[in-house]
Every structure is written in C-alpha cells, then in structure tokens.
Design a protein around this ligand. Structure first.
Ligand code: AMP
Length: 221
C-alpha cells in the first residue's frame, strides 16, 4: 500500500493519513512533520530548513525534499508500503517520486485527493494544535486530546503551528493552488486519482477512505 495524499492545507490529510497508515500497518511520512521536528531539534539540517522560511508557508526546494523522501522510503519499515502526507507538492517532486518507485520496482497504489470548502479549512486551522515533541495533531473541537492542551502520547504541552496564523494560511492556500493543485491532473492522467469529500466528521471520512481503498485493492489484484 503506497499512497499519496493531496488536498489543501487544513483539510485533514494528516489525521486521515495517520489513521489509514495504522489500519494498514505502514508508516506515515509527513515531510512537514520531518522538517518541523528537525527545526525544533536545532540540527544542522533543521537550521538549513529554517532558512527556507517554512514558518511562513514557503516551500523547501524540490531537491532537498526529494532527498529527504528518498532516504526515508528506503528505510526498512517502508518495505510493506507507506502513506505520503505533504509530498509530492510540485510537478518535479511527483516526477521524482515516480522515478524512485520505478528504481525500487514498486508502484503507487492510489492518490487520494481530499476536498473541502475554504471556509471549513479556515475553521480547521484555527482549532488545530500539534505536539512539538512527537508531531501528533489534534483539533480543539473535532479531535480534542484526552486532557485539554496536552498530547495523548507524550503529555507535552500542545502548540499552535506558527504557519497556522491567518495571513500565513492565506499564503499557503495560494501556494497550494498554484503549485500543488496541478498534481490532481497529473495523477488523474495516471488513472490513480480518487476524490474524497473531506467535509464530514473525521470518522465518516475515514470510513469512506477505507471503503474506497478496499475497492482499489480488489481491482488491482
Ligand atoms: P505541512 O505540515 O505538510 O503543511 O508542511 C509544512 C511546511 O513544510 C509547508 O508549508 C512547507 O513550507 C514545508 N513543506 C512540507 N512538505 C513540503 C514539500 N513536499 N515541498 C516543499 N515544502 C514542503
């Protein structure tokens, strides 16, 4: 099971990606989470990433992102597959992914495109909280942690992402429309695109995703 998740920032890709990955027992690879963690740790790589201003929603250069993903999907835990959240985000990244998978004699199972109205996205941003230590994501109303403000897994204090501020959200939505939305046509042309209505509750969206993937896998056997 190798999945690409598309959809605007705030649509709930991360939440669904994590659940789908648990369901199929494969890792989720979120390039955004990898970058945020590196910045938080203050490693040399993190300092390099910080210079690209991901806190303002600007993109990390393709060659850096592709190198990161290539290394990660070559690790042993990805042998049975993986879920990509936030990658690819540009046409050159999508080409690079196809190339890496060809080299590894593997192929993409599907690309899921999560769609929802902009109004709903803005609401999801304002309630989103992340754990700075393990990267897990919550929403104050839709997916609250068991104890308010604390991560369920490691009990760290949850934070808002700096790039979830309204003016930066606007910028991220613009960059998405310009650079990432064209990938919908890219995966549609490959016959791998499946659109998911991401507006219902996360549980309902998840059921739709699993029903769809069960069907996709049945057809591919
Ligand atoms: P995300 O958590 O997916 O919203 O990613 C957070 C930020 O990390 C993005 O707004 C970009 O600044 C950067 N980033 C993550 N993935 C990529 C990518 N595939 N290409 C370029 N920049 C990325």
């Amino acid at each position: 099971m190798i999945l690409v998740l598309l959809g605007p920032p705030g649509v709930g890709k991360g939440t669904q990606g994590t659940r789908v990955a648990v369901h199929y027992d494969v890792p989720t690879i979120s390039t955004g989470a990898i970058f945020r963690e590196a910045v938080a740790r203050g490693t040399e790589f993190g300092r390099q990433i910080q210079r690209y201003r991901i806190d303002r929603g600007e993109f990390v250069p393709d060659e850096v992102v592709v190198g990161t993903v290539r290394a990660r999907i070559s690790e042993a835990d990805c042998i049975g597959g993986f879920v990509l959240d936030g990658f690819p985000r540009t046409a050159p990244q999508a080409d690079a992914l196809q190339h890496i998978l060809d080299e590894q004699k593997r192929s993409l199972t599907a690309c899921l495109d999560f769609e929802a109205d902009t109004e709903l996205l803005v609401n999801r941003f304002s309630g989103r909280r992340v754990c700075p230590r393990d990267g897990s994501t919550y929403h104050v109303e839709m997916q609250p942690p068991r104890q308010a403000g604390l991560c369920d897994l490691c009990h760290a204090q949850l934070e808002m992402r700096p790039d979830d501020a309204p003016e930066i959200v606007r910028r991220r939505l613009e960059v998405y429309a310009e650079k990432t939305r064209p990938l919908i046509d890219y995966y549609s042309a490959l016959g791998l695109l499946y659109t998911i209505d991401a507006s219902p509750e996360p549980e309902t969206v998840f059921s739709q995703v699993i029903a769809l993937l069960t069907e996709v896998r049945r057809k591919q056997v």
